[in-house]
Unconditional design. Structure first.
Length: 396
Protein backbone atom coordinates (compact mmCIF):
# COMPACT_ATOMS: atom_id res chain seq x y z
CA UNK A 1 0.00 0.00 0.00
CA UNK A 2 1.27 3.47 -0.93
CA UNK A 3 -0.03 6.49 1.01
CA UNK A 4 0.66 10.14 0.20
CA UNK A 5 0.57 12.42 3.27
CA UNK A 6 -0.27 16.06 2.57
CA UNK A 7 0.53 18.39 5.46
CA UNK A 8 1.01 21.98 4.36
CA UNK A 9 2.75 23.32 7.43
CA UNK A 10 4.98 20.48 8.57
CA UNK A 11 8.00 22.16 6.94
CA UNK A 12 7.14 25.55 8.47
CA UNK A 13 6.26 24.66 12.07
CA UNK A 14 6.05 21.67 14.41
CA UNK A 15 2.90 21.88 16.50
CA UNK A 16 0.55 19.17 17.77
CA UNK A 17 -0.99 18.34 14.38
CA UNK A 18 2.44 17.93 12.81
CA UNK A 19 3.66 15.72 15.66
CA UNK A 20 0.56 13.53 15.29
CA UNK A 21 1.11 13.22 11.51
CA UNK A 22 4.78 12.24 11.79
CA UNK A 23 4.16 9.65 14.50
CA UNK A 24 1.32 8.00 12.59
CA UNK A 25 3.45 7.95 9.43
CA UNK A 26 6.35 6.29 11.26
CA UNK A 27 4.10 3.60 12.72
CA UNK A 28 2.43 2.95 9.35
CA UNK A 29 5.89 2.60 7.79
CA UNK A 30 6.74 -0.05 10.39
CA UNK A 31 3.57 -1.89 9.30
CA UNK A 32 4.84 -2.04 5.71
CA UNK A 33 3.06 0.98 4.24
CA UNK A 34 5.03 3.07 1.73
CA UNK A 35 4.82 6.71 2.80
CA UNK A 36 5.55 9.88 0.86
CA UNK A 37 4.95 13.51 1.90
CA UNK A 38 3.88 16.64 0.04
CA UNK A 39 4.67 19.76 2.07
CA UNK A 40 4.48 23.51 1.52
CA UNK A 41 7.65 25.57 1.66
CA UNK A 42 8.04 29.35 1.89
CA UNK A 43 8.21 31.02 -1.50
CA UNK A 44 11.40 32.94 -0.73
CA UNK A 45 13.03 30.88 2.04
CA UNK A 46 14.32 27.39 2.63
CA UNK A 47 12.34 24.69 4.42
CA UNK A 48 12.70 25.28 8.14
CA UNK A 49 11.87 21.74 9.26
CA UNK A 50 12.74 19.15 6.59
CA UNK A 51 10.71 15.96 6.73
CA UNK A 52 13.05 13.22 7.92
CA UNK A 53 12.70 9.46 7.42
CA UNK A 54 10.41 9.88 4.38
CA UNK A 55 10.60 10.92 0.77
CA UNK A 56 9.15 14.44 0.56
CA UNK A 57 8.26 16.91 -2.19
CA UNK A 58 8.11 20.62 -1.33
CA UNK A 59 5.61 22.92 -3.03
CA UNK A 60 6.45 26.64 -2.89
CA UNK A 61 3.72 29.01 -1.64
CA UNK A 62 3.71 32.41 0.09
CA UNK A 63 4.00 31.87 3.84
CA UNK A 64 1.37 34.27 5.18
CA UNK A 65 0.49 32.23 8.27
CA UNK A 66 2.72 34.01 10.80
CA UNK A 67 1.64 37.44 9.53
CA UNK A 68 -2.00 36.43 9.90
CA UNK A 69 -1.38 35.10 13.44
CA UNK A 70 0.30 38.32 14.56
CA UNK A 71 -2.56 40.41 13.19
CA UNK A 72 -5.22 38.18 14.74
CA UNK A 73 -3.53 38.78 18.11
CA UNK A 74 -4.07 42.54 17.75
CA UNK A 75 -1.56 45.38 17.71
CA UNK A 76 -0.08 46.36 21.07
CA UNK A 77 0.60 49.89 19.77
CA UNK A 78 -3.14 50.43 19.31
CA UNK A 79 -3.61 49.96 23.07
CA UNK A 80 -2.09 53.43 23.48
CA UNK A 81 -4.88 55.12 21.48
CA UNK A 82 -6.60 57.34 24.10
CA UNK A 83 -10.17 57.10 22.77
CA UNK A 84 -11.68 53.75 23.69
CA UNK A 85 -14.10 53.54 20.76
CA UNK A 86 -11.36 54.32 18.23
CA UNK A 87 -9.03 51.82 19.92
CA UNK A 88 -11.66 49.08 19.83
CA UNK A 89 -12.59 49.77 16.20
CA UNK A 90 -8.94 49.80 15.14
CA UNK A 91 -8.21 46.47 16.84
CA UNK A 92 -11.26 44.87 15.21
CA UNK A 93 -10.12 46.14 11.83
CA UNK A 94 -6.60 44.83 12.43
CA UNK A 95 -7.93 41.38 13.35
CA UNK A 96 -10.36 41.40 10.41
CA UNK A 97 -7.47 41.94 8.01
CA UNK A 98 -5.55 39.14 9.75
CA UNK A 99 -8.47 36.79 9.15
CA UNK A 100 -8.61 37.72 5.48
CA UNK A 101 -4.87 37.15 5.12
CA UNK A 102 -5.19 33.69 6.68
CA UNK A 103 -8.02 32.76 4.30
CA UNK A 104 -5.90 33.98 1.38
CA UNK A 105 -2.98 31.83 2.60
CA UNK A 106 -5.37 28.88 2.93
CA UNK A 107 -6.67 29.21 -0.62
CA UNK A 108 -3.25 29.77 -2.21
CA UNK A 109 -1.55 26.79 -0.55
CA UNK A 110 -4.42 24.44 -1.40
CA UNK A 111 -4.40 25.67 -5.01
CA UNK A 112 -0.64 25.22 -5.37
CA UNK A 113 -0.68 21.71 -3.90
CA UNK A 114 -3.50 20.67 -6.22
CA UNK A 115 -1.58 21.95 -9.24
CA UNK A 116 1.39 19.87 -8.11
CA UNK A 117 -0.73 16.72 -7.71
CA UNK A 118 -2.38 17.21 -11.08
CA UNK A 119 0.88 17.15 -13.01
CA UNK A 120 2.56 14.33 -11.06
CA UNK A 121 2.38 10.61 -11.67
CA UNK A 122 -0.22 9.09 -9.35
CA UNK A 123 1.86 6.37 -7.74
CA UNK A 124 -0.18 6.04 -4.53
CA UNK A 125 -3.41 4.34 -3.43
CA UNK A 126 -4.60 6.73 -0.72
CA UNK A 127 -4.09 10.39 0.10
CA UNK A 128 -3.93 11.23 3.82
CA UNK A 129 -4.85 14.90 4.20
CA UNK A 130 -4.68 17.25 7.17
CA UNK A 131 -7.79 19.49 7.11
CA UNK A 132 -8.15 21.29 3.72
CA UNK A 133 -11.63 19.89 2.80
CA UNK A 134 -11.78 21.97 -0.42
CA UNK A 135 -8.53 20.40 -1.58
CA UNK A 136 -9.81 16.97 -0.57
CA UNK A 137 -13.04 17.32 -2.57
CA UNK A 138 -11.11 18.48 -5.67
CA UNK A 139 -8.80 15.47 -5.44
CA UNK A 140 -11.79 13.10 -5.24
CA UNK A 141 -13.75 14.84 -8.02
CA UNK A 142 -10.98 15.53 -10.52
CA UNK A 143 -8.19 13.04 -9.77
CA UNK A 144 -10.41 10.17 -8.59
CA UNK A 145 -8.11 9.24 -5.71
CA UNK A 146 -9.49 8.19 -2.27
CA UNK A 147 -8.88 10.84 0.40
CA UNK A 148 -8.82 10.35 4.17
CA UNK A 149 -9.05 13.72 5.90
CA UNK A 150 -8.06 14.25 9.52
CA UNK A 151 -9.17 17.36 11.37
CA UNK A 152 -6.99 18.50 14.30
CA UNK A 153 -9.71 21.02 15.19
CA UNK A 154 -13.39 21.54 14.34
CA UNK A 155 -13.95 22.43 10.66
CA UNK A 156 -16.52 24.95 9.51
CA UNK A 157 -20.01 23.58 8.87
CA UNK A 158 -19.89 25.69 5.68
CA UNK A 159 -17.47 23.05 4.33
CA UNK A 160 -19.89 20.16 4.98
CA UNK A 161 -20.46 19.39 1.28
CA UNK A 162 -16.71 19.14 0.61
CA UNK A 163 -16.06 17.13 3.79
CA UNK A 164 -18.69 14.54 2.87
CA UNK A 165 -16.97 13.92 -0.47
CA UNK A 166 -13.91 12.55 1.33
CA UNK A 167 -13.61 8.77 1.55
CA UNK A 168 -13.25 8.91 5.36
CA UNK A 169 -13.10 11.61 8.03
CA UNK A 170 -10.94 11.18 11.13
CA UNK A 171 -10.78 13.34 14.26
CA UNK A 172 -10.41 13.20 18.02
CA UNK A 173 -11.13 15.42 20.99
CA UNK A 174 -13.57 18.28 20.59
CA UNK A 175 -13.30 18.09 16.78
CA UNK A 176 -14.66 14.53 16.81
CA UNK A 177 -17.70 15.53 18.87
CA UNK A 178 -18.50 18.58 16.73
CA UNK A 179 -18.10 16.75 13.41
CA UNK A 180 -20.24 13.87 14.70
CA UNK A 181 -23.01 16.22 15.83
CA UNK A 182 -23.05 18.73 12.95
CA UNK A 183 -21.51 17.15 9.83
CA UNK A 184 -21.47 13.33 9.79
CA UNK A 185 -22.07 10.57 12.35
CA UNK A 186 -19.61 8.42 10.39
CA UNK A 187 -16.56 10.37 11.57
CA UNK A 188 -13.92 7.97 12.92
CA UNK A 189 -12.24 8.67 16.28
CA UNK A 190 -8.51 7.96 16.36
CA UNK A 191 -6.72 9.41 19.36
CA UNK A 192 -3.06 10.43 19.45
CA UNK A 193 -0.52 8.27 21.22
CA UNK A 194 2.43 8.86 23.50
CA UNK A 195 5.77 7.10 23.51
CA UNK A 196 5.74 6.33 27.22
CA UNK A 197 9.27 4.94 27.00
CA UNK A 198 10.52 8.35 25.89
CA UNK A 199 8.15 10.54 27.90
CA UNK A 200 8.71 9.28 31.43
CA UNK A 201 10.27 10.47 34.69
CA UNK A 202 14.00 11.04 34.12
CA UNK A 203 16.87 12.61 36.01
CA UNK A 204 16.73 16.13 34.60
CA UNK A 205 19.71 18.48 34.31
CA UNK A 206 17.59 21.43 33.23
CA UNK A 207 17.40 23.06 36.65
CA UNK A 208 21.17 23.15 36.83
CA UNK A 209 21.40 24.46 33.26
CA UNK A 210 19.08 27.40 34.00
CA UNK A 211 20.26 28.12 37.57
CA UNK A 212 17.01 26.97 39.15
CA UNK A 213 17.49 26.20 42.83
CA UNK A 214 15.95 23.26 44.66
CA UNK A 215 13.67 25.72 46.48
CA UNK A 216 12.26 27.18 43.26
CA UNK A 217 8.85 25.95 42.14
CA UNK A 218 8.68 25.71 38.35
CA UNK A 219 5.48 26.30 36.42
CA UNK A 220 5.97 24.94 32.88
CA UNK A 221 4.38 25.89 29.56
CA UNK A 222 5.26 23.99 26.36
CA UNK A 223 3.76 24.99 23.03
CA UNK A 224 3.40 27.56 20.28
CA UNK A 225 3.52 31.29 21.02
CA UNK A 226 0.23 31.78 19.24
CA UNK A 227 -2.87 33.94 19.95
CA UNK A 228 -5.08 30.96 20.78
CA UNK A 229 -2.71 29.91 23.59
CA UNK A 230 -3.64 33.03 25.62
CA UNK A 231 -0.09 33.59 26.85
CA UNK A 232 -0.68 37.20 27.91
CA UNK A 233 -3.10 35.85 30.53
CA UNK A 234 -0.59 33.20 31.62
CA UNK A 235 2.25 35.70 32.08
CA UNK A 236 0.02 38.25 33.85
CA UNK A 237 -1.34 35.57 36.18
CA UNK A 238 2.13 34.27 37.01
CA UNK A 239 3.21 37.83 37.87
CA UNK A 240 0.38 37.90 40.42
CA UNK A 241 1.41 34.49 41.78
CA UNK A 242 5.03 35.63 42.17
CA UNK A 243 3.79 38.48 44.37
CA UNK A 244 2.37 35.82 46.70
CA UNK A 245 5.23 33.34 46.44
CA UNK A 246 8.65 34.58 45.35
CA UNK A 247 9.93 31.05 44.77
CA UNK A 248 7.77 30.64 41.64
CA UNK A 249 9.48 30.50 38.26
CA UNK A 250 7.79 30.25 34.87
CA UNK A 251 9.55 28.23 32.17
CA UNK A 252 8.23 28.75 28.61
CA UNK A 253 9.30 26.23 25.97
CA UNK A 254 8.54 26.96 22.33
CA UNK A 255 8.44 29.59 19.64
CA UNK A 256 5.93 31.31 17.40
CA UNK A 257 4.71 34.64 16.00
CA UNK A 258 3.96 36.15 19.44
CA UNK A 259 7.31 35.29 21.01
CA UNK A 260 8.59 38.89 20.99
CA UNK A 261 5.29 40.22 22.31
CA UNK A 262 5.37 37.80 25.27
CA UNK A 263 8.99 38.72 26.07
CA UNK A 264 8.06 42.43 26.09
CA UNK A 265 5.15 41.75 28.45
CA UNK A 266 7.43 39.87 30.86
CA UNK A 267 9.82 42.84 30.90
CA UNK A 268 6.96 45.29 31.38
CA UNK A 269 5.65 43.34 34.39
CA UNK A 270 9.10 43.29 35.99
CA UNK A 271 9.41 39.51 36.26
CA UNK A 272 12.26 38.99 33.80
CA UNK A 273 14.41 37.25 36.44
CA UNK A 274 11.58 34.77 37.21
CA UNK A 275 10.76 33.73 33.62
CA UNK A 276 12.89 31.40 31.49
CA UNK A 277 12.48 31.36 27.69
CA UNK A 278 14.09 28.27 26.16
CA UNK A 279 13.06 28.65 22.53
CA UNK A 280 12.20 25.57 20.54
CA UNK A 281 13.45 22.32 22.09
CA UNK A 282 13.83 19.10 20.04
CA UNK A 283 11.11 16.59 20.82
CA UNK A 284 13.64 14.06 22.09
CA UNK A 285 14.82 16.50 24.78
CA UNK A 286 11.39 17.54 26.06
CA UNK A 287 11.18 14.93 28.88
CA UNK A 288 14.12 16.70 30.55
CA UNK A 289 12.04 19.90 30.71
CA UNK A 290 8.84 18.26 31.90
CA UNK A 291 10.78 16.53 34.67
CA UNK A 292 12.35 19.80 35.82
CA UNK A 293 8.92 21.29 36.60
CA UNK A 294 6.47 21.09 39.48
CA UNK A 295 3.30 21.66 37.46
CA UNK A 296 2.32 21.95 33.80
CA UNK A 297 -0.11 24.67 32.72
CA UNK A 298 -2.09 25.37 29.56
CA UNK A 299 -4.33 28.47 29.51
CA UNK A 300 -5.60 28.38 25.92
CA UNK A 301 -8.72 30.16 24.70
CA UNK A 302 -9.28 26.93 22.77
CA UNK A 303 -7.43 23.65 22.24
CA UNK A 304 -8.79 20.55 20.58
CA UNK A 305 -6.72 17.85 22.33
CA UNK A 306 -3.20 19.14 23.03
CA UNK A 307 -0.35 16.61 22.81
CA UNK A 308 1.60 18.54 25.43
CA UNK A 309 -0.97 17.64 28.08
CA UNK A 310 -0.40 13.93 27.38
CA UNK A 311 3.39 14.40 27.37
CA UNK A 312 3.25 16.13 30.76
CA UNK A 313 1.00 13.40 32.12
CA UNK A 314 3.39 10.69 30.91
CA UNK A 315 6.22 12.46 32.78
CA UNK A 316 4.13 12.35 35.99
CA UNK A 317 3.30 16.05 36.11
CA UNK A 318 0.01 17.40 37.47
CA UNK A 319 -1.75 19.56 34.87
CA UNK A 320 -3.79 22.75 35.16
CA UNK A 321 -5.81 23.57 32.04
CA UNK A 322 -8.67 25.74 30.90
CA UNK A 323 -12.13 24.23 30.58
CA UNK A 324 -12.22 24.62 26.78
CA UNK A 325 -12.28 22.39 23.69
CA UNK A 326 -11.07 18.86 24.32
CA UNK A 327 -8.96 19.59 27.42
CA UNK A 328 -11.76 18.35 29.76
CA UNK A 329 -11.52 14.99 27.94
CA UNK A 330 -7.89 14.77 29.07
CA UNK A 331 -8.16 16.24 32.55
CA UNK A 332 -10.76 15.10 35.06
CA UNK A 333 -11.00 17.97 37.51
CA UNK A 334 -9.56 17.05 40.89
CA UNK A 335 -8.62 13.55 39.73
CA UNK A 336 -5.65 13.85 37.40
CA UNK A 337 -5.36 17.62 37.36
CA UNK A 338 -7.46 20.76 37.65
CA UNK A 339 -9.66 22.72 35.25
CA UNK A 340 -10.17 26.47 35.47
CA UNK A 341 -12.50 28.82 33.64
CA UNK A 342 -10.92 30.70 30.76
CA UNK A 343 -9.27 33.97 31.91
CA UNK A 344 -10.19 33.42 35.56
CA UNK A 345 -7.07 34.86 37.19
CA UNK A 346 -8.11 34.22 40.78
CA UNK A 347 -8.98 30.57 40.15
CA UNK A 348 -5.74 29.97 38.25
CA UNK A 349 -3.65 31.65 40.94
CA UNK A 350 -5.24 29.66 43.77
CA UNK A 351 -4.87 26.36 41.89
CA UNK A 352 -1.19 26.88 41.07
CA UNK A 353 -0.37 27.81 44.68
CA UNK A 354 -2.37 24.85 45.95
CA UNK A 355 -0.39 22.39 43.82
CA UNK A 356 3.17 23.74 44.08
CA UNK A 357 2.89 23.83 47.86
CA UNK A 358 1.62 20.26 48.21
CA UNK A 359 4.28 17.77 47.12
CA UNK A 360 2.29 14.71 48.13
CA UNK A 361 -0.72 15.82 46.06
CA UNK A 362 1.53 16.49 43.05
CA UNK A 363 3.10 13.04 43.40
CA UNK A 364 -0.28 11.33 43.72
CA UNK A 365 -1.74 13.09 40.66
CA UNK A 366 1.45 12.60 38.64
CA UNK A 367 1.56 8.85 39.18
CA UNK A 368 -2.13 8.58 38.29
CA UNK A 369 -1.50 10.57 35.10
CA UNK A 370 1.18 8.21 33.87
CA UNK A 371 -1.06 5.19 34.35
CA UNK A 372 -3.85 6.92 32.39
CA UNK A 373 -1.52 7.67 29.45
CA UNK A 374 -0.03 4.17 29.35
CA UNK A 375 -3.50 2.64 29.34
CA UNK A 376 -5.23 4.86 26.76
CA UNK A 377 -2.77 6.47 24.33
CA UNK A 378 -0.65 4.29 22.06
CA UNK A 379 0.78 5.19 18.60
CA UNK A 380 0.88 1.60 17.23
CA UNK A 381 -2.82 1.11 18.07
CA UNK A 382 -3.72 4.44 16.43
CA UNK A 383 -1.72 3.58 13.29
CA UNK A 384 -3.41 0.18 12.97
CA UNK A 385 -6.79 1.95 13.05
CA UNK A 386 -5.68 4.15 10.15
CA UNK A 387 -4.52 1.06 8.26
CA UNK A 388 -7.93 -0.57 8.79
CA UNK A 389 -9.60 2.57 7.37
CA UNK A 390 -7.34 2.46 4.28
CA UNK A 391 -8.01 -1.25 3.72
CA UNK A 392 -11.78 -0.80 3.93
CA UNK A 393 -11.66 2.06 1.41
CA UNK A 394 -9.59 0.04 -1.08
CA UNK A 395 -11.95 -2.94 -0.75
CA UNK A 396 -14.84 -0.66 -1.70
Amino acid sequence: MRVLFINREIGILRAGAETYTLNIARELKSLGVEIKFVVSKPLLNNVRYPVEDFEAEYVSSPNLRNLASRMLAGNSLLEKVPIASVRCFSQKGYKFIGGRIYRLYDRITQRDIFKYLKRRKRDYNIIQLLSCPILGSRIVDELRIPVVTRFPGPPSVKDKREILKCSAVVANGDAFLRIRDTITPDVIEITPGIDSEKFKPVNSRIREKHNISSNDKVVLYVGRFDPVKNLSFLVTAVAEIINCDGSIKLMMVGEGPLYGQVVRLVNKLGIKDRVIFTGRIPNADLPQYYCAANVFVITSHYDNFPNTVLEAMACELPVIGTRVGGIPQQIKDGVNGFLIENNNLGEFKDTVLKLVNNKSLCKEIGERNREVVKGKYNWPISARKFLEVYEQILKR
